[in-house]
Design a protein around this ligand. Structure first.
Ligand code: T46
Length: 133
């Protein structure tokens, strides 16, 4: 599966912690867009339900926690994002569902491309077909 946890570099001292992601080190691609998801009203809410054709993303909870279920058509894996220095890299062609958001969760996503609805596959059967092509 083209996905992995990435540990951001952190500097801790008496003033607190500073975490950093730098291009070519923790950041595997130049960032063209950021967005964040927060105010998810209940643990039962599931978001996502799509894959991307080309987009690469790095996701992390800067506050609170949530879980991302990734599916590459062969296997499914759950990734818990529960620390601001714990990021999840997701390559193209992976179905994702996000759930188990805590009330204080802020899921920040760094994306390799601008928003383009044509890059989404929002139908699971179509996603599975794209894996066979
Ligand atoms: C992803 C997961 C992790 C925009 O107008 N611009 C944007 O950059 C984004 C990301 C979304 N939108 C609009 C499109 C929808 O009307 O915001 C609305 C909610 O988006 P969506 O239903 O796609 O949200 P999620 O949480 O299901 O998925 C999002 C991202 O769209 C997706 O790329 O990988 O978070």
């Amino acid at each position: 599966m083209d996905a992995e946890m990435v540990e951001m570099r952190s500097f801790e001292d008496a003033r607190g912690i500073l975490s950093v992601g730098e291009l070519g080190k923790e950041m595997p691609f130049p960032v063209r867009r950021i967005y964040y998801i927060y105010g998810v009203p209940s643990k039962d809410i599931r978001r996502g339900y799509h894959s991307h054709k080309a987009l690469r993303q790095l996701c992390l909870c800067v506050s609170g926690s949530c879980t991302m279920m990734l599916d590459d058509g062969k296997e499914k894996k759950d990734f818990v994002l529960d620390k601001p220095d714990k990021a999840l890299y997701i390559g193209p062609g992976i179905w994702r569902e996000m759930y188990d958001f805590t009330e204080d969760a802020v899921l920040m996503v760094l994306a390799s491309e601008e928003y383009d609805e044509r890059d989404y596959i929002r139908n699971y059967d179509e996603f599975m077909r794209s894996k066979r092509d």
